[in-house]
Design a protein around this ligand. Structure first.
Ligand code: NAD
Length: 506
């Protein structure tokens, strides 16, 4: 049984360079591991009052940090990267235990956090480089917003907030981060890495808590930007909280109901493997998880059979068992929500090709579910409320059989979400047709949709986000372009009719 090091659990907020605890907490949360609910990892006190202290620390620090030389910020982030490397083992264990993600996957998350520093300082920085115009004495300069709030989800508790924090700091912003209340410890390790890096006090801060703390932070008058990752429901609340602040940037990275489209000429084995990976990795708890398969009739039987076969043989288990492919879902509430959704699907004509089950002999007390596949029978009906129209965030795949490409794209596009899709076919031209027909922010050709490249932008449209990209363009999102017009020695308003010539009294 893993226990967090004592140094991590003394105090949970990190404000003005010091770990602290609220003097009058609004509440104390028992933080249990989803891998084993009998295992209490920590008791976390939270208070909205800490938000004020953290924002004020960031406001003060921002005066110097925003004006610092880019090299100073780059060096600090390089030292942070070194600290992440030194603490990689601790970080991976922390992620695995606090969100129930298999250890192999937690290690890939830590590698992505380390890699984000290279991406942000390298190709990412190109997008915010000051640009001088060739034929005019003018420049575009990218200025920091000021104090930005980074609000994170539970499913990538390190990689996603880190993906906002690093470019935000690099471009001269100061950060107050509110991690998911289901993942307070990962934020502790990140804060410790910034201490190791010698980041100036107040430049990076953490406040713990749930929706209340998130709301207090997102609508704080001194917060110039909110970089939010989470559900569409919470994203909507964040937008509502900012309605009277027209100047505040609210960048939303929200959920998805992502589809894989498999056409007649797809490679069945490859498609089945990519789709099964994409539907069930992280127990279906990725924003980019494939939760719908839209397949043309000619390949439907063979493809479904192979996906079911793969799904049945995936190892569900304890996150720290190296043979585990998928661990538990985050909590009992999530498991029950998925079970109810699957029941309504059955009532609306979806047949279980592989039913959703609780693991018969779970390794510990957690919500361990085995993967499921449900296929729609009969004509393509309207969405099943709470099933095909909703992000379920669990290991289930809904299958639709369609006649042709056009029908496939209609089914994909009728979702209220527009995050990610993948298209499986031999014909590159068919993929190009799909890429222009599908309303999504990320599209994959013959590859698993549950993933992204740090070298590319990442953003969703429709209910998946508001076109404010993360990924390689995050630096751009947390700056504003300042137009700089320089002196033109020979230009004078005397050239305009009625304006006196230069020369004063004469
Ligand atoms: P969630 O919406 O429950 O919580 C996300 C964060 O928002 C948490 O820190 C939470 O405390 C905070 N929050 C909740 N209500 C708030 C409010 N009213 N004001 C301010 N903050 C508030 O999401 P979750 O369950 O932690 O994460 C899963 C969700 O995140 C899924 O919908 C998933 O698709 C989405 N997600 C999106 C991306 C992406 O990049 N598009 C990536 C990962 C996860």
């Amino acid at each position: 049984m893993w226990t967090p090091p004592a140094a991590l659990i003394d105090a949970f907020d990190f404000i003005d360079g010091r770990f602290s605890a609220p003097s009058c907490p609004d509440g104390v949360r028992e933080h249990r591991s989803p891998a084993d609910r009998a295992h209490i990892l920590a008791h976390v006190a939270h208070s909205r009052g800490q938000v004020e202290l953290a924002v004020q620390a960031a406001v003060t620090a921002n005066k110097r940090w925003a004006a610092s030389a880019p090299m100073e910020r780059e060096n600090a982030l390089r030292r942070y990267q070194g600290a992440l490397r030194s603490r990689a083992t601790l970080l991976a264990h922390t992620i695995a235990w606090e969100v129930g993600k298999p250890h192999w996957e937690a290690r890939t998350e830590v590698a992505a956090m380390i890699g984000k520093v290279d991406l942000s300082l390298g190709p990412g920085a190109e997008y915010t480089r000051n640009t001088q115009l060739r034929d005019l004495p003018g420049e575009i300069r990218y200025r920091p917003l000021g104090v930005v709030a980074v609000i994170g989800p539970f499913n990538f508790p390190g990689h996603l907030p880190n993906g906002h924090v690093v470019p935000a700091l690099l471009t001269g912003n100061c950060v107050v981060m509110k991690p998911s209340d289901k993942a307070p410890l990962t934020a502790q390790v990140m804060a410790q890495c910034f201490v190791d890096a010698g980041l100036p006090d107040g430049v990076f801060n953490v406040v713990q808590g749930g929706a209340d703390s998130g709301a207090a932070l997102a609508c704080h008058p001194d917060v110039a930007g909110v970089l939010f990752t989470g559900s569409a429901r919470a994203g909507r609340a964040v937008v509502a909280q900012s309605l009277d602040r027209l100047d505040r940037l609210v960048a939303l990275e929200l959920g998805g109901k992502n589809a894989a489209v498999a056409l007649d000429d797809c490679d069945v084995e490859r498609t089945a493997r990519q789709v099964a990976f994409s539907a069930f990795v992280t127990a279906g708890q990725r924003c980019t998880a494939t939760s719908r398969l839209v397949v043309t009739a000619a390949v439907a039987e063979r493809l479904c059979e192979r996906i079911v076969d793969l799904a049945r043989n995936l190892n569900v288990g304890h996150p720290c068992d190296e043979k585990t492919f998928l661990g538990p879902v985050i909590d009992e509430e999530s498991a029950q929500r998925l079970e109810q959704a699957v029941e309504s699907a059955a009532a609306a004509g979806f047949t279980p090709l592989l039913p959703l089950r609780r693991m018969p002999r779970p390794p510990a007390d957690g919500a361990y579910l085995t993967p499921s596949v449900h296929r729609q029978q009969g004509p393509l009906a309207a969405d099943v409320l709470g099933y095909t129209d909703a992000e379920l965030f669990g290991p289930d795949l809904a299958v639709y059989v369609v006649k042709n490409e056009e029908q496939a794209y209609d089914v994909v596009n009728r979702s209220r979400y527009g995050l990610s899709a993948s298209v499986f076919c031999a014909d590159r031209k068919a993929f190009e047709r799909a890429a222009s027909a599908l309303r999504v922010g990320v599209i994959h050709f013959n590859r698993a949709g549950a993933g992204a490249s740090g070298r590319l932008p990442f953003s969703g449209i429709k209910a998946s986000g508001n076109h404010r990209p993360a990924g390689i363009l995050t630096g751009l999102t947390c700056t504003y372009p300042q137009a700089v017009l320089l002196e033109q020695p020979h230009a004078d308003p005397g050239q305009w009719p009625g304006f006196p010539p230069p020369g004063g009294d004469e």
